[in-house]
Each structure stands twice: as structure tokens, then as C-alpha cells.
Design a protein around this ligand. Structure first.
Ligand SMILES: Cc1ncc(C[n+]2csc(CCOP(=O)(O)OP(=O)(O)O)c2C)c(N)n1
Length: 631
């Protein structure tokens, strides 16, 4: 097999056109079979096979630096840089990660997976090489989806005047984010893609290129003709060139020879250049190309022959998706916003029912939040549904644009806490820390589907402050019914003497109840409470803490500045001296593994929590204040 012989991009150099075609076919086959087993970003990678080969043939990585925006489309790059065996366990502990990874390879440089950053990294890298006098090129590969993010345009604005930067921006234009990319820019790109003149010119290029194998003057003529033919008729070139950026294209991103020619041309220019490649997401695998929702952007395991995905369990997102539709029916003022993730955050049902009340703003979380403030100011109640990790982007907008203006906006944060498979940058372990500092903001962490529905309804009733509802990835537990209510808190367990008070936030409830059972079995009295609203701190917790011998907080969020930390400060302010133990995720960048395995590793699994509490109880002074009575 040819693919097995590739251990570095240099191995591509000597290959002929037919050999490259063979390699491309092998890589597609390999990717389909791998993702069918493990799940993964199949569609995006099938779309960049030739583009990535061409980049590696024209540029000399790692001397030249290749930055993939978002990084979900770097599987081909990984295969070409000697990591084929790691795909056995793609996105699993011990296998290759789903994104570039500095730890894996010297060919990887950016691994953050948050979209629209590549052009800024590339701008900095290229400027640094200029200043240091190093003759190196920087190549940024960015999708049309990622190009909807504001940072990409801030970068372009700067790159346009960095005339000495040896920077090649490859726009991988497949017309899709998950669903078709939306917005004015997307419309301009679509008009180009579907323009019959573009098709004609591409045909012309193909004919000429096949007539002259390899790099020859006719090929350049052809490309030149293509460029000229499009120059006057089509908008995007004007769009980029008006910014002062050199533009080459559009070029068929599945035509390796054509890609190489334009990239070589761009390289020779020795300044910032945009290369506009047209590709098809899922290219070469019918099941992906024809997949309506997202062209197999990120399928779970599936059957290779039929392309049918394995059935999946009902997840938290589904509960939210259904409740949003009910909410929409009851409340005509409720509108929904997604940042290019309609299906993943579960807004597609709401969208089908209320298309005029649903906005896909592109990969533009900052805009989503401030636009929501505007909607709220004008009398609507926006629900902004995001993955928790991506809200980080829009912290200032939540703080200053929404909270300062007392806007009633509800943020629904999916994939909160440890997410696992997608590695460090996808874990949603920051929100309960960064949002603690926002005055007036109320944050709910539902423990089960019933509470998700209930708390979402309560959240959209708040008209004068931001509210947040956060829940994790995966399947929710069966509903955990309360045995009582104190203040706004649900009491989940009340057993024996007032020894340990476990304050459990959101999805940690099932674990806390399990831990309680283990403690009771050892003769330790336990109360477990779920505050439901994690922020602000419910005053009843102060009274409860005073009555127990040990307070334990458990949250699926970073330990620093999270719910436990704020509860501890509150107890301290109130003069409560009960010993306190805070459990949460250590403030680390956690590499990819299953969510359950990570929770176990960081000490958030029932067994280790229970063991720790038993040890802590042994160290707690035996003196009993009079109000610590039997329940
Ligand atoms: C800040 C941010 N928001 C949302 C996402 C989720 N996301 C991952 S890939 C993607 C679509 C990317 O589209 P595009 O850049 O065109 O790449 P393609 O998958 O089409 O190749 C989105 C929205 C993200 N990675 N980062």
C-alpha cells in the first residue's frame, strides 16, 4: 500500500500524477473505514485530500508552517506526516487526537480547535519570520465557515498591509459549516461557485492541464486565463482585492495539479496571497456527500456500505431541543440563536417550526451575544445556544453588553464540563468560573431532564438579567426525584446525623447520590442538596453548612473560581467555620479520552470521592455544636 510508505511529506515529492491519485483514493478509503469505527470529522477531511497533498508538495513543512483553522480537517495532514498507526485509536486515549497536536508532531503548530484563529496566528508567525530574517512561508488553511468569524476579518485587515509577510491563505470553500454557511459573504461565495462562467473556465483549465503534464507554460496560461475570465464578472476577488490582498483562484480543490500550480504561484509572490479553492465536503464517499444535515461533518460510528450511523441514545441536547419547541409555542417572544451549529445544539426543531424566530449567525459567538442584547432591548427573549467552551469567546459581551444593560437573555450551554474525545479545547470546564464574576447573572445547572425543562422555563421568565442553563455531553440520567426542598435547593438525600453536607452541582447529582450511599454504608450521616440555581448562592446553604460537620462541594467545572469556591467564600463571609472540601476539575488542559475515564482520573468518580470524604471525616474534630441534631 502506498499510504503505508508515507512517513513524511517529503515522500510525496517524487510521486507522479497517477500515483498521487492512487494515494488520494487510499487515504479516502482509510478515513472512511477509520471513522466508521471510531467516529470523527470525516466529511471535512474527505474534502481536503488533494488540497492537503498539494500544500505539502509545494511547501516544506515543518520549515514552512501550516496552520489549520479549527483543526478538525487535519487528518490528511496527520496521515502525510507519519501518524497512520495512531488512527487505530482516533480521538481515544493513546491514539491520535482529533485536532493537530504539538505533542504528536513537529508538523503541528496550532491545536486550539476554536474557529477563526488561523489567520491571526499566521499573521504573527509570518511577521516574526520577516523580523528574524528567516526565509519561511506560512500557510493558513481556513474554511468558508471559519471565515464568518470576526477574528478572521480582523486578521485579514492586518494581513493586507503586512506586505512583507510570506503568507498564503488557502480558503477551503465548500459552502458549508455544518449546514450551509450563511451570511453576506457566504452568498457572495455561492454566487461564484454556481456561476456558469466559473464552470466553463474550470473545464478549460482541466483540458489544458491534462494536455500538458507537470508544470508547463500552458498550465500557467490556463490558470491565468481562469483568473482573467473570472476577474471582471465575479465578486469575491473584488472583495479580497479591495482589501488590498492578492487573490488567486478560484481553483478546483480536488484537482491536485491545479492546486499545486496556484500554490506555487502564490509562493513565488512572496507576500500575502489568498488562494481560493472550491471543494466538496465528503468528496468521494456518497453517504457523506449526500448526507443532508451536515455531510458527515462529525458522524458517530457507522456502517461503511450503507452509510447508516449506529443508533444513538437520547442525549441532553434532545431534551433541550424538545423543550425549546414547547417554549416557542407558549412564548411568542422567544427567539433562538445559534453560531453555525443548528443541529449540534438542537435548535433545528425550533427552526423548522419558527423559521423567522431562528438566527444562525455564523461562527460568531461575540456577535451572537450582543445581537441577543439588541433583541432583548427591543422586547424579545433570546435563547443563545452554544457549546460551553465557545462561550469563552464572548465573555466581555456577556458582561458588558448583556449584564450591564440588564438584558433578559438566556444562554444554553451544551457540552458543559468534561467532554473528553475532542481534547483540551473542547472541555466546557470554564463557564461556571468565568460567569461567577458577572453581576446579576443567574446560572442553573440541571441534574436531569425534568430539571432541564423546569430550569429553562424559569430562566426565560427572567426579563432583566442574563440567565444560563448548562448541561453536559451525552445521555442524561433518569430523573432523580428530590426528597425535600430547602429554600430553592432540592434535597436529594437526607440520611442519619448531620455529618456530611454534599452540595452537588448539576450533572454531578447522580454521582453525589451514589457517594451518599457509600457513606451511609459506613455509618456516616449524609445530606445531599442540589442548589438547582448554582449562582447566586442560595442563603439556605449557609444554614445547612452550619449544621453539618463537613461540607463537600462537587462540580463538573474547573476548581478555580467555580461554584465551590464561591460557596466557600460565602460561608467564610457568614462566619461559618465548618470544614470544607472542594471537588472539581483540576485547572489543567486535559488531553483526549472518554469523559468517564477523565472524571475517574481527576477524582470525580463515586469511589474516589467517597474514599476522600471518609478520610476527611476522620480528621474532622469530634466536638458537636448543639444544632447538629439527628434528622
Ligand atoms: C469558536 C467556534 N465555534 C464553533 C465551532 C464548532 N465548529 C467546528 S467546525 C465548524 C464548521 C466549520 O466550517 P468550515 O470552516 O467551513 O470547515 P469545513 O468543516 O466546512 O471544512 C464549527 C461551527 C468551533 N470550532 N469554534
Amino acid at each position: 500500500m502506498r499510504l503505508e510508505q508515507i512517513s513524511s511529506p517529503r515522500d510525496l515529492r517524487g510521486l507522479t500524477g497517477p500515483e498521487l491519485d492512487e494515494l488520494a483514493a487510499e487515504m479516502r478509503d482509510f478515513l472512511v473505514r477509520t471513522c466508521a469505527r471510531t467516529g470523527g470529522h470525516l466529511g471535512p477531511n474527505l474534502g481536503v485530500v488533494e488540497l492537503t497533498m498539494a500544500v505539502h508538495r509545494v511547501f516544506d513543512s515543518p520549515r514552512d508552517r501550516i496552520v489549520f483553522d479549527t483543526g478538525h480537517q487535519a487528518y490528511v495532514h496527520k496521515l502525510l506526516t507519519g501518524r497512520m498507526t495512531g488512527f487505530e485509536k482516533l480521538r481515544q486515549e493513546g491514539g491520535v487526537s482529533g485536532y493537530p497536536s504539538q505533542a504528536e508532531s513537529e508538523h503541528d503548530i496550532v491545536e486550539n480547535s476554536h474557529a477563526s484563529t488561523a489567520l491571526s496566528y499566521a499573521d504573527g508567525l509570518a511577521k516574526a519570520y520577516t523580523i528574524r530574517g528567516e526565509d519561511r512561508h506560512v500557510v493558513a488553511v481556513i474554511g468558508d465557515g471559519a471565515l464568518t468569524g470576526g477574528m478572521a476579518w480582523e486578521a485579514l485587515n492586518n494581513i493586507a498591509i503586512a506586505k512583507r509577510s510570506k503568507l498564503v491563505i488557502v480558503v477551503n470553500d465548500n459552502g458549508r459549516s455544518y449546514t450551509p454557511t450563511v451570511g453576506g459573504l457566504a452568498t457572495a461565495l455561492t454566487s461564484l461557485r454556481t456561476n456558469p462562467r466559473y464552470e466553463q473556465v474550470l473545464d478549460l483549465v482541466k483540458k489544458r492541464l491534462t494536455a500538458v503534464p507537470g508544470v508547463g507554460p500552458a498550465a500557467y496560461d490556463a490558470l491565468h486565463a481562469m483568473k482573467k475570465g473570472l476577474k471582471d464578472a465575479l465578486a469575491p476577488q473584488g472583495l479580497f482585492e479591495d482589501l488590498g490582498l492578492k487573490y488567486v483562484g478560484p481553483v478546483d480543490g480536488h484537482d491536485c495539479a491545479a492546486m499545486e500550480h496556484v500554490l506555487a504561484q502564490a509562493k513565488r509572490f512572496n507576500g500575502p496571497v489568498i488562494v481560493h479553492a472550491i471543494t466538496r465536503k465528503g468528496f468521494g464517499y456518497d453517504a457523506a456527500e449526500l448526507h443532508e444535515a451536515d455531510q458527515f461533518h462529525s458522524p458517530g460510528p457507522f456502517d461503511v456500505d450503507s452509510g447508516v450511523e449506529d443508533p444513538r441514545e437520547r442525549i441532553w441536547t434532545d431534551v433541550f431541543a424538545d423543550e425549546m419547541v414547547h417554549l416557542g409555542e407558549r412564548r411568542p417572544d422567544v427567539v433562538a440563536i445559534t453560531a453555525a451549529m443548528m443541529h449540534p445544539v438542537g435548535l433545528h426543531h425550533f427552526q423548522s417550526k419558527f423559521p423567522d424566530r431562528t438566527f444562525d449567525v455564523g461562527i460568531a459567538e461575540q456577535h451572537a451575544v450582543t445581537s441577543a442584547a439588541g433583541l432583548a432591548m427591543a422586547g424579545l427573549h433570546p435563547v443563545v445556544a452554544l457549546y460551553a467552551t465557545f462561550l469563552n469567546r464572548a465573555f466581555d459581551q456577556v458582561l458588558m453588553d448583556v449584564a450591564l444593560h440588564n438584558c433578559g437573555v438566556t444562554f444554553v450551554l451544551d457540552r458543559a464540563g468534561v467532554t473528553g474525545d475532542d481534547g483540551a479545547s473542547h472541555n466546557g470546564m470554564w463557564d461556571m468560573s468565568i460567569l461567577q464574576v458577572v453581576p446579576g447573572l443567574r446560572l442553573a445547572a440541571p441534574r436531569d431532564p425534568a430539571r432541564l425543562r423546569e430550569l429553562l422555563d424559569e430562566a426565560v421568565d427572567v426579563a432583566d438579567a442574563p440567565t444560563v442553563v448548562r448541561f453536559p455531553k451525552g445521555a442524561p440520567p433518569a430523573d432523580i426525584e428530590a426528597v425535600g426542598r430547602q429554600g430553592g435547593c432540592d434535597v436529594l438525600v437526607r440520611n442519619g446525623t448531620h455529618d456530611v453536607l454534599i452540595v452537588s452541582y448539576g450533572a454531578m447529582a447522580a454521582t453525589a447520590v451514589d457517594v451518599a450511599g457509600r457513606l451511609v454504608a459506613q455509618g456516616i450521616g449524609v445530606t445531599v442538596v442540589d442548589p438547582r440555581w448554582a449562582k447566586p448562592v442560595d442563603p439556605v446553604l449557609v444554614d445547612l453548612a452550619r449544621k453539618h460537620r463537613l461540607v463537600v462541594s462537587v462540580e463538573d467545572n474547573g476548581r478555580v473560581g467555580g461554584c465551590g469556591s464561591v460557596l466557600l467564600a460565602t460561608l467564610n463571609d457568614a462566619g461559618v467555620t465548618t470544614p470544607f472540601r472542594l471537588h472539581g476539575i483540576p485547572q489543567e488542559f486535559l488531553s483526549h479520552a472518554k469523559r468517564a475515564a477523565i472524571l475517574e482520573r481527576v477524582g470525580l468518580a463515586p469511589q474516589s470521592l467517597a474514599r476522600g470524604i471518609v478520610e476527611d471525616m476522620a480528621a474532622v474534630p469530634a466536638d458537636e455544636p448543639s444544632d447538629r441534631q439527628l434528622t
